[in-house]
Design a protein. Structure first.
Length: 202
């Protein structure tokens, strides 16, 4: 009969096949699950690099805030030394230039005020030597010229008075024709001439 001579399934083979299929299904499901979930972790080296960069940025901002709070050349210079490639390097450099210029102007004005207070040619000369590019150099030179002329005028007049002769007063008027004592010198000359003429008449 057909039933007697047909193929019969092997129970052991069927069981092995079922086991293999089950393992394959489980492995595939696990792989699919791993691939479908986004990775929320980075390699340790990348994590460390990101943490270091964040710490550097925070330190940079804190150092800049401290420099801004202090507001001195030394504070901004310290920021540049410690954060040479920081986010505020250009601004720190600009602040240093501005503060140095402000300090230079303040020193210039103080030196000029001191020279004005002293009021001598030497004081103005000292200002010119110390602040050759200062705001008052031209005025200081003018003062030096005026004072030097005045001092020379006074010295020449003192010498003429000391000599007390008509020739000495005449020399004064020739050398300082717009001097402070020209009128007096001419009076002295006229008086001496009159004395001379009176002596001759006697």
């Amino acid at each position: 009969m057909i039933g007697d001579s047909g193929w019969q399934p092997n129970p052991a083979g069927c069981a092995a096949f079922v086991k293999v299929a089950a393992v394959a299904v489980i492995a595939g499901a696990a792989l699919l699950s791993a691939c479908s979930q986004p990775s929320d972790t980075q390699p340790p080296a990348a994590q460390q690099q990101a943490a270091d960069e964040q710490a550097r940025r925070e330190a940079d901002e804190k150092a800049w805030a401290d420099a801004e709070k202090t507001g001195t050349v030394a504070a901004y210079t310290g920021y540049l030394q410690n954060f040479g490639s920081g986010a505020h390097v250009a601004e720190a450099s600009q602040r240093i230039v501005a503060l140095n210029e402000q300090a230079r102007k303040a020193a210039d004005e103080k030196a000029w005020a001191d020279a004005e207070k002293t009021g001598t040619a030497a004081a103005y000369m000292a200002y010119i030597q110390n602040f050759g590019g200062g705001a008052h150099v031209a005025e200081a030179r003018q003062r030096v010229t005026e004072l030097s002329r005045k001092e020379a005028d006074e010295k020449a007049w003192a010498d003429a008075v000391r000599a007390g002769t008509a020739s000495a007063f005449t020399a004064y008027t020739q050398n300082f024709n717009s001097g402070a004592h020209v009128a007096e010198a001419r009076e002295r000359i006229a008086a001496l001439d009159e004395i001379g003429r009176a002596s001759c008449r006697e």
